[in-house]
Design a binder for this molecule. Structure first.
Ligand SMILES: [Mg+2]
Length: 127
């Protein structure tokens, strides 16, 4: 199970990685912005992305990913401080499968990521 974490804050990336490791997701690829992430999508099983980032923001990246039929079913979770209902709806409408509002707890991240993996891959959850 390979995870791509896209986040411009190195500190937040470290926190996310640490929290993922706590439930055995240790195969993690990182990117600092959407553009960098687009070049790293091959072989990725789940994407966890920030919204606000320089170069290419998360929503633009999600739209670009979903425009490629190859990635139409790739699970994408947005982790962001953009918490207005309007923003959540916009993200979901553009192909985001799950949403976590910052600041988040380790328990929330675990629960949401497990839930997303179960929904997207009901047979073989997080191996
Ligand atoms: Mg950011």
């Amino acid at each position: 199970m390979k995870v791509l974490v896209i986040e411009d804050s190195a500190t937040t990336r470290r926190i996310i990685k640490k929290n993922l490791a706590a439930f055995n997701l240790t195969d993690i690829e990182e990117a600092e912005n959407g553009e960098e992430a687009l070049a790293k999508l091959d072989g990725i099983d789940i994407v966890l992305t920030d919204w606000n980032m320089p170069v290419m923001d998360g929503l633009t990246m999600v739209k670009t990913i979903r425009a490629n039929p190859k990635y139409k079913d790739l699970p994408i979770m947005m982790i962001t401080s953009q918490a207005a209902k309007k923003e959540v709806i916009e993200a979901l409408k553009n192909g985001v499968n799950g949403y976590i509002v910052k600041p988040f707890t380790a328990a929330t991240l675990a629960e949401k990521v497990k839930g997303l993996l179960a929904r997207c891959n009901p047979v073989s959850e997080a191996e």
